[in-house]
Design a binder for this molecule. Sequence first.
Ligand SMILES: NC(=O)c1ccc[n+]([C@@H]2O[C@H](COP(=O)([O-])OP(=O)(O)OC[C@H]3O[C@@H](n4cnc5c(N)ncnc54)[C@H](OP(=O)(O)O)[C@@H]3O)[C@@H](O)[C@H]2O)c1
Length: 274
Amino acid sequence: MNIKGKVAIVTGASSGIGEATAREFAKEGARIVLAARRVEKLQELAGEIAAMNSGAETLVVQADLSKLEDIQAMIRQTLERFNRIDVLVNNAGFGRLDWLENLDPVKDIQAQIDVNVMGVIQTTRQVLPEMIKQHSGSIINMCSMAGLVGTPTYSIYAASKHAVHGFSEALRREVKPWGIEVSLIYPGGVVTEFAQHAGIKRKTNAKTPAFMLLTAEQVGQAVVKLARNPKRMLVIPWLWNMTVFMNKFLPGLVDYTTIHRFTIPEREDELHAK
Ligand SMILES: NC(=O)c1ccc[n+]([C@@H]2O[C@H](COP(=O)([O-])OP(=O)(O)OC[C@H]3O[C@@H](n4cnc5c(N)ncnc54)[C@H](OP(=O)(O)O)[C@@H]3O)[C@@H](O)[C@H]2O)c1
């Protein structure tokens, strides 16, 4: 796909990966719908894109992706302005990371499922009739390594991203005959505001090694590449494929290592409390 002039919806464009993805589409002269709740951030980005003079156009839409009426309004405004949709990047999402019993049933659990799962499903459901009419389109869903490997404190986030994985796989097989492509991207750790919202509390210093961390720009570039050349699955950095392989073929070893290197050291005090 040649990106110039194509209409791309990027959800969660107010920070991190979504913001970087929108910039990458802008460099190529796309017409971009910038969607998220923090409208002032989106307006700032729209101003920056206009100043690039790349021929890119933007439409700013304030939308809470956990609300069906906001999603419907976003698609309505997109079609009113651009009259078509070529690319949908379902990127908006967040994680609240803690032991399951510590997560709030509504603010942490339900809210994550509402945005990370229902937001993706309902947005895709609203866009699909247009792409079917066009007999073309590219849907790119932001998954995560957590969509392939479950790790402690990531239970709900992993559930949400595994749902995105299953949803996308089934959808890909539904829509291909209409010339609609569905790509999944699985980044490892990316330096964004994600960690700020995650509420991570660690006793050990377990974290993604620095050489495996990605910038939002690297992920944004990979997303635009997927719009050009769709792929079933893209794991970045590539090295994470080793973990995916181990988890699939040696799950007992991964269980043992995770429990003994992470869960027990993190929960030692609670484990031995009377
Ligand atoms: N950072 C990582 O390590 C990492 C790794 C793998 C995958 N991911 C995935 O990448 C995606 C982007 O995350 P990020 O790392 O770029 O984090 P981020 O900087 O916190 O960005 C999250 C984006 O999602 C939007 N969002 C959150 N809740 C929303 C809601 N209810 N309605 C509309 N928009 C909402 C936020 O916008 P507003 O707050 O303005 O609404 C923001 O633009 C997420 O799906 C995340 O799961 C991240």
